[in-house]
Design a protein around this ligand. Structure first.
Ligand SMILES: [Zn+2]
Length: 423
């Protein structure tokens, strides 16, 4: 009932706010602070008309347009709609249902229904754009999800989707079942020249970018080891690039990161064993690092780590060190938490961990806005509060440049000039 009421509320709010007798609604937004994607300003105002920001600057210089809807949030901060860099809308936390069960036993239909709710939670948490990194066995349901959001059938962030993602034969899970069974994998296997066909097939079915597992925990002792050869990765990248898309790589081990960067990957996902030298190599190649600290943190907790207790697991200690090395290397660090492993709507927990692990608070804010916008080629329209940009705007309580957790105090969410949440 509560959810139903919320839908009714947001529908009515949207209707009332989105149309008036003058045609396109204008909004005049003010708050004590405005973070424009790079800089925090005091006492700025912003005007939205239709789906665009038509003025932004010190409030004394911005006239209140006639007939505009005036919204002021005292003790709040206006900021760009945030960009989630690494989500899995088709997954939900493994402490509720483990990954194997979600992939093998749940139907795509059931998983898609859940994903519609995940999408709504993501948007209402202030994330107006999300890059989704693979459906993990749910085919191209992400392409359908994106379409339903674009058509206004359901509400959610603007999506960039990977589809099935690509793994090397033998590397990926689910694993450990009777070998006489043909087990459906969480991604599509391909090798050698067949990668050409699979990349093109995924593009044809709606992938906005190609997601590769450049390594996997298939080492002889279960350690992360490279899957594809450098030549295979170069081939994938060449075929992907010729379609105007980009290759992004899951890569934890040093050698997989190195190969992925040399082959032309645009982002490195996870990078658990990144070091200063690799960070510098990434920087030199204009590659953005998406750390997914949350994934390591919550999976360790699911395995029994008492966070705050005496003993910190080795993989958490390692992640902390590698994140510090990444900062020291000067590589561009975007924001993406592997959300889905932890609850959708709690995306900003990744930003809290980035700060906890040593990133300056302002840099965590930039990571989820301007840095991700640049990394995903959106910087001419999203990730900033700038004149002419798409009106994706969030208001959060307090000052997230002082206390990063304030990004979770979401009071207002606008996407393309439409209000989805208003306190
Ligand atoms: Zn992931």
């Amino acid at each position: 009932m509560r959810r139903y009421q919320k839908y009714i509320f947001s529908f009515i709010a949207t209707c009332v706010l989105a149309f008036n007798v003058y045609g396109q609604t204008k909004y005049y937004l003010t708050a004590p602070r405005l973070f424009d994607g790079e800089t925090m300003h005091t006492d700025w105002a912003l005007v939205v008309e239709g789906d665009k920001i038509i003025s932004v600057g010190p409030s004394q210089t911005i006239a209140i347009p006639e007939g505009s809807v005036q919204i002021n949030y005292p003790n709040a901060t206006l900021m760009p709609g945030m960009i989630e860099g690494h989500s899995h809308l088709l997954l939900y936390p493994y402490n509720i249902t483990d990954w194997d069960t979600q992939v093998l036993k749940e139907t795509d239909a059931y998983r898609t229904i859940r994903a519609t709710v995940h999408a709504e939670k993501t948007l209402l948490a202030g994330f107006t754009t999300a890059r989704d990194l693979g459906t993990e066995g749910a085919g191209y349901t992400d392409v359908a999800l994106k379409r339903a959001i674009n058509e206004g059938i359901i509400i959610g962030p603007r999506l960039m989707v990977a589809g099935r993602a690509i793994v090397a034969t033998g590397s990926y899970g689910p694993k450990g079942y009777d070998l006489d069974q043909e087990i459906m994998l969480g991604a599509e296997s391909a090798d050698g020249n067949d990668l050409i066909r699979v990349v093109r097939d995924q593009i044809g079915k709606g992938a906005d970018f190609i997601k590769i597992y450049a390594d996997y925990r298939w080492g002889i002792n279960g350690e992360d080891r490279p899957s594809f050869t450098l030549d295979e990765l170069k081939l994938i990248n060449e075929v992907t690039r010729s379609s105007g898309r980009v290759m992004v790589c899951h890569a934890k081990s040093k050698e997989a990161i190195r190969r992925a960067v040399l082959a032309g990957a645009e982002t490195i996902e996870h990078g658990d064993f990144i070091d200063v030298a690799l960070g510098k190599l990434m920087k030199a190649n204009n590659v953005t690092y998406i750390p997914t600290i949350s994934a390591v943190d919550v999976i360790s907790q699911y395995r029994g780590w008492d966070k705050g207790g005496a003993e910190t697991p080795l993989n958490v200690l390692n992640k902390r060190q590698s994140f510090k090395d990444a900062i020291a290397s000067g590589v561009s660090i975007g924001m993406g938490g592997d959300v889905g492993v932890f609850p959708h709507g709690e995306n900003a927990s990744e930003m809290e961990l980035m700060v906890e692990y040593g990133l300056p608070t302002m840099d965590a804010l930039k990571a989820a806005t301007s840095v991700n916008a640049r990394a995903f080629h959106l910087e001419d329209r999203l990730g900033f509060l700038k004149l002419g940009f798409i009106a994706d705007i969030v208001a959060v309580g307090g000052d997230p440049s002082k206390n990063i957790s304030d990004v979770k105090k979401v009071k207002f969410v606008m996407k393309e000039g439409i209000v989805y949440r208003k306190e």
